[in-house]
Design a protein around this ligand. Structure first.
Ligand code: C2E
Ligand code: MG
Ligand code: MG
Ligand code: MG
Length: 283
């Protein structure tokens, strides 16, 4: 009995420590958001046919004063549970629009949105304010949503998406293929872009099942007139397969990791300076 009691106390103490660590993390995250110290890094979206940088995806980065870099996978879920993802989202969106407004040409910026931002009720205002404040043209902003947003099944979500699109903003379906009914969501809203989830892209050079799935998604996108971007392109063989199937864009470590705005802007300048390969005749 004494042992049982001991185990119980141990369990309780562990639970307590976990709750405290979580509470600490929440406070730290709130402080970082309020202080504006969360950073935004940019990963290029590459036009597969030409090698041009079409745009960048904005990815939030948290450099914790004591714990160093904490990856989004370790704090976005907490931000969702606590509602902090709403002010976090405003910060990332505004920063991304401001940085992108200084990029040359019509280089796009893609920003991830969470379900909670739709529930907050003022997402349309938040986006149009960010565009107005920074002077970024709406057509240069892409908003990435996952299936979970459409799972809300609320009129409000679709109305907001339609209003944003009417403003000229583009809407992308992120992590395509990982949810339960990705296909049916394609019918519920006219997406401008589909991002094939990394899990189907990795090992594409050798895995014939992945090849079949990716080929089908590319064909689907082409016949619906939707831009297809492959996430997580890591090897030349992955890229070669995507190129041979006519995938429009690629994103992944083969091209570049997410990096601070200065480095991303430099990469963009280099990309625009490089000599253009002669247009290939139909082969
Ligand atoms: P996501 O939107 O699907 O973003 C792509 C993720 O894949 C990024 O991870 C990126 O760094 C990673 N990635 C890109 N290329 C490769 C590759 O070749 N190999 C591998 N292994 N990974 C690659 P990251 O930055 O850790 O972000 C993870 C997720 O966190 C994002 O997935 C997105 O869902 C979420 N997230 C990031 N920033 C934000 C944000 O500002 N707001 C919201 N709501 N979510 C965000
Ligand atoms: Mg994304
Ligand atoms: Mg994604
Ligand atoms: Mg993903």
């Amino acid at each position: 009995k004494a042992e049982g009691r001991g185990a119980y106390c141990f369990f309780e103490a562990e639970m307590d420590a976990r709750l405290q660590a979580r509470r600490r993390m929440e406070l730290d995250l709130r402080a970082a958001i309020n202080a504006g110290t969360l950073e935004v890094h940019y990963q290029p979206l590459i036009e597969i046919g030409s090698g041009d940088v079409a745009g960048f995806e904005a990815l939030v980065r948290w450099n914790h004063p004591e714990r160093g870099n904490i990856p989004p996978i370790d704090f976005i879920p907490l931000a969702e549970e606590t509602g902090l993802v709403v002010p976090l989202g405003v910060h990332v969106l505004t920063r991304a629009c401001r940085d992108a407004a200084a990029w040359p040409g019509d280089t796009k910026v893609a920003v991830n949105l969470s379900t909670l931002q739709f529930r907050s009720g003022n997402l349309f205002e938040v986006v149009s304010d960010a565009l107005n404040e920074t002077g970024l043209e709406p057509k240069r902003l892409e908003l990435e949503i996952t299936e979970s947003v459409l799972l809300e099944k609320s009129e409000n979500v679709l109305a907001t998406l339609h209003a944003l699109r009417a403003l000229g903003v583009r809407i992308s379906m992120d992590d395509f293929g990982t949810g339960y009914s990705s296909l049916s969501y394609l019918r519920s809203f006219p997406f401008d872009k589909i991002k094939i989830d990394r899990s189907f892209v990795q090992g594409l050079g050798t895995n014939s099942d992945s090849q079949a799935i990716v080929r089908a998604i590319i064909t689907l996108g082409r016949s619906l007139g939707i831009t297809i971007t492959a996430e997580g392109v890591e090897t030349a063989a992955d890229l070669e397969y995507l190129r041979s199937e006519g995938c429009h864009q690629g994103q992944g470590w083969l091209f570049a990791k997410a990096q601070p705005n200065e480095a991303a802007s430099e990469l963009l300048r280099e990309n625009r300076r490089r000599p253009k390969p002669p247009a290939k005749s139909a082969a």
